[in-house]
Design a protein around this ligand. Sequence first.
Ligand SMILES: *[C@@H]1O[C@H](CO)[C@@H](O)[C@H](O)[C@H]1NC(C)=O
Length: 419
Amino acid sequence: MIIRPRVQRLLLSRLLKILLVLTLAWTAYEVWSIRHALAEQASKEPPPFGKQRIFIASIHWTDERILREYWVPAVLQLAQDIGRENVFVSVYESGSFDDTKGALQELEDHLARMGIDHKVVLDDTTHLNEVSRERAEVGWVQMPSTKTYRQNWTDWFSLQKDEWVPRRIPYLARLRNQVMEPLYEQQQLGNVYDKILWLNDVVFDTEDVQRLLGTRDGHYAAACALDFKRAPAFYDTFALRDAAGYAPLTDTWPFFRSAESRNAIVYGRPVPVASCWNGMVVFDAKPFYRIVDRLAFRGISDTLAASHLEGSECCLIHADNPLSHEKGVWVNPNVRVGYNGTAYHAVNDGHVWPSSYAIMTGVWQNRITRWLRVFSTPDRIVEGKLRAAEQWAPDTTEPDKFCLIDEMQILLWNGWGHA
Ligand SMILES: *[C@@H]1O[C@H](CO)[C@@H](O)[C@H](O)[C@H]1NC(C)=O
């Protein structure tokens, strides 16, 4: 039997129509079932703090506005809700360009009046002091090329090729470890904490923290929020790695490339990841108390950094944490913090998040991006550099390379920059 061309065309157009209807029906069902699951997860009551002892840690630089408007009141409320016998607040600030010190001084005054254990360090050391001091043994790197900067408060200025500059990540790691010191001072006094809660300068409330602490009924090495600066795009791509070690595929929901992570977030469940920070993260405190190999913040070696590689101290801490393999690192998608009020309220507006429309576009964008990845060659820059460095400096290696990216981050007198 010979099918005439006209009939052939007709059949084809029928087929396409059927396919389109099926796709639409499938999408509608998918969006409905995802929304249903998300609504159920979001409606769960946050668990009470109970008798958990919580050590709150935070570092600050030039963030007076959010401190005064949101963060300081939120921390005071949180400390009160946890209960003063169960909380310690450790804060470090240095060299801010605004009155961050004033805002944190008010925090300290309130904490003292409320009888809450705390240590607030307001350090006069500036970034200018850091960059103009004599080069330290570690944590410095030579500029790979001459570069001109202009950031926020100043006119243009240049750094010359081969000039020695401090690296941003070892600097931040040092500050974070300094904020952890009161944990050990308290230990000497017989005060031991169950959880370490790291807070960025974000908008959050007590319920967010309760939800975060209650992730998987408290069974985790670490649990993180999601953080937003320009919602619906999430912010902290530097530290987030999915269960397969991949950086996020998209900066909007459902973010992830690995099926394990994606399937969890799509149904609003805790998301297994290799690493996360996202504005607010809680750690099981045990590894920070280990007598041998105590967990601490660090950067990658200067040798690796010199080959234009970098890794966030907020990612390396999970890579180094022996508990990560045992209890896992999780993102709790029901905890969403923002870097200002607009961002916070956009993702906490009392409705199911994300919206049906965002679910529909999100699942398809993610799907199509993954399909297209099949055809593109994977980026081997980081692996190549890592292998090269291992050849001539074997002791600089990073066993968990998922934190590494092809960047060089340096401290500048008025902030930081990419070299
Ligand atoms: C919050 O931040 C976003 C992105 O930086 C900005 O567009 C928005 O205007 C900010 N909102 C407020 C209230 O400052």
